[in-house]
Design a protein around this ligand. Sequence first.
Ligand code: SF4
Ligand code: SF4
Length: 90
Amino acid sequence: MSIDEKLRVNAYLVHPRPHIQVDFNKCRKCPEKPCTKLCPAGCFRMLPDGSISFSHDACLECGTCRIVCRLGAVTWDYPEAGFGIWYRFG
Ligand code: SF4
Ligand code: SF4
């Protein structure tokens, strides 16, 4: 089973309040926007006008965005207990 296939069988209970906050004012000053390339779930997207959109719906809770964001734009926490991703294959 490939990694993509394993990810597709995960389940989510998405909390309406995002567990990750993004300061988009800082994103405007971010030259390379590494989160758009390194988030494995594609939660960060570069829009045609160069701005960033973020959705926590498919977040894998890996923490990559908090590490690669050098401008401190990401405020990160785990979702409230019982919410977020349910891994089915580790
Ligand atoms: S790396 Fe940080 S500052 Fe840069 S676009 Fe992503 S969230 Fe915004
Ligand atoms: S924690 Fe991981 S999956 Fe979730 S938004 Fe950050 S990089 Fe993407």
